[in-house]
Design a protein around this ligand. Structure first.
Ligand SMILES: NC(=O)c1ccc[n+]([C@@H]2O[C@H](COP(=O)([O-])OP(=O)(O)OC[C@H]3O[C@@H](n4cnc5c(N)ncnc54)[C@H](OP(=O)(O)O)[C@@H]3O)[C@@H](O)[C@H]2O)c1
Length: 332
């Protein structure tokens, strides 16, 4: 049986382009005991994949040239040599950018019945968990506190904004278009938003946060973070989730040094990688699913159609083409 797969063809310089990816026809290997054959339904494209395209040591192994790109994929079981999964089951897992994958059943998770399977890539998957643990465990928001979220209209960001509202905080988000900012205010009830591409970020943040900032959940870094630091309150918590504004940079970023502000405000800044929370994933999913089913937590997604458009959907993340979770619909 044949599949199509997308391999890593060359290391990008700056924003990735289509030349960095190669479409290849390949043979699907035979199933071993414990394996299932999956037909890809949806592929998640994620900013962190850009980090895997660099050479050198990081928290995940970099892609080798010629390797099939991998990310979270939702697939339907079409053949099984595992007692745990049967044809027709819909599962998610870390899989290759392929039309068909062979995978170990025990490394896959069934999607939650009764909700769109794409939520497994967004609000009810690693994205939601990143927002949940990053905000609640590290940010520790308290009722009435001021929470600023950068990248607020992205998948993680909009989940953070909503959880902060559930926790009765005042929430200010930054996002790169007026449409995204309107969505955050009108659909999600976010208190104030800033279009970081058109506003003077420092004065807009000052106006939006007259009582200072208690929690900053950072997805982007760069100029937005530089504008946040002078406004932090005593004992502020700064959660470093992502730094997308510098993922394509060839040189280290230059900006405000955080130490003086952290010192005088007894503030805390902490980065995290969501896989560290693996032992608590079930707890997180259970709470996220409860909020989602009760309507307190909404899931927005941008769907690009067609396997052949997977690289473009990924590249689009760096142009802000997505509102909410960016996924690629393969079939189904
Ligand atoms: N720590 C962890 O374990 C973990 C786990 C998952 C994700 N993350 C990180 O969390 C962040 C959000 O991830 P996501 O999956 O939810 O992606 P996302 O926010 O849905 O998509 C990326 C968004 O980033 C914004 N962006 C792109 N270039 C930018 C720039 N130069 N400056 C400012 N904003 C820019 C764009 O929105 P605009 O239109 O607003 O520019 C774009 O829509 C990423 O940094 C990612 O690496 C971390």
């Amino acid at each position: 049986m044949q599949t199509k797969e997308i391999r890593f063809a060359s290391r990008p310089s700056g924003i990735p382009s289509n030349e960095n990816f190669q479409f290849v026809d390949a043979e699907v290997p035979p199933l071993q005991d414990g394996d299932v054959l999956l037909r890809s339904l949806y592929i998640s494209v994620d900013p962190y994949l850009r980090g895997r395209m660099r050479e050198g040591k990081s928290y995940v192994t970099p892609f080798e040239i010629g390797q099939v790109i991998e990310s979270y994929v939702v697939g339907e079981v079409v053949d099984s040599r595992s007692p745990d999964l049967k044809p027709g089951d819909v599962v998610s897992g870390q899989l290759g950018w392929r039309l068909y994958n062979v995978a170990k059943a025990k490394q896959l998770m069934k999607t939650i019945p009764g909700v769109s399977p794409t939520t497994a890539l967004g609000v009810l998957g690693v994205t939601g968990l990143t927002a949940y643990f990053g905000l609640l465990d590290i940010g520790q928001p308290k009722q009435g506190e001021n929470v600023v979220v950068s990248g607020a209209a992205g998948a993680v960001g909009m989940t953070v904004c909503q959880i902060a509202k559930i926790k009765s905080c005042r929430v200010v988000g930054t996002a790169g278009s007026n449409e995204k900012n309107e969505y955050l205010r009108n659909e999600l009830g976010i208190d104030a938003t800033i279009n970081y591409k058109t506003a003077d970020i420092s004065s807009a943040l000052k106006a939006a946060c007259p009582n200072g900032i208690d929690v900053y959940f950072d997805n982007v870094g760069g100029a937005v973070s530089d504008a946040v630091l002078p406004l932090i309150n005593d004992r502020a918590r700064i959660v470093i989730c992502g730094q997308i504004s510098i993922y394509n940079a060839d040189r280290p970023a230059v900006g405000l040094k955080p130490e003086p502000a952290l010192l005088v405000h007894s503030a805390m800044m902490r980065g995290f990688i969501i896989t560290q929370y693996w032992p608590r994933f079930a707890e997180g999913i259970s709470q996220l699913a409860q909020w989602f089913k009760s309507g307190q937590l909404k899931h927005a997604e941008t769907i690009v159609e067609g396997f052949e458009n997977t690289p473009n959907a990924f590249i689009g993340l760096f142009r802000g083409e997505n509102l909410g979770k960016q996924v690629v619909k393969i079939s189904g």
